[in-house]
Design a binder for this molecule. Structure first.
Ligand code: SF4
Length: 120
């Protein structure tokens, strides 16, 4: 059985792997599956469920959401994941998310930028 108790002695980082891409590139060693074959809502709900079972908080100083291609998630699922991460980890000094510019529009970018104080 997994030990779900953590004690953070040092500033700690959170990495979330979004295991989807629109298609798998032959040269890529990162784990990903074609998003069309999965229900993104179910997977994002599972990621959130796993994340929230831990007592994360202000100890998390770095957040990285990678993949895969996080931006291949439907916009509402992507924003739901970002909102939950920023709720669980309210004070990261660094927040990184991998975004494919061909997969995000101005609305999504605006919503992401609005969620953070960019450039402060
Ligand atoms: S992570 Fe990037 S390089 Fe790898 S399969 Fe997805 S799109 Fe291709």
């Amino acid at each position: 059985m997994r030990d779900e108790s953590f004690e953070f002695a040092e500033p700690t980082a959170l990495y979330i792997h979004v295991p989807f891409c629109t298609a798998k590139c032959g040269y890529c060693a990162f784990y990903s599956e074609p998003i069309d074959e999965y229900d993104a809502d179910v997977v994002v709900s599972s990621l959130i469920k796993e994340m929230t079972q831990y007592q994360l908080g202000r100890e998390i100083k770095m957040v990285y959401i990678g993949g895969g291609s996080p931006s291949c998630l439907p916009a509402e699922q992507l924003m739901r994941l970002i909102d939950e991460v920023t709720t669980c980890c309210p004070e990261p000094s660094e927040f990184t998310i991998e975004l494919n510019p061909n997969q995000v529009n101005e609305d999504v970018l605006g919503r992401i930028f609005a969620r953070f104080c960019v450039g402060k």
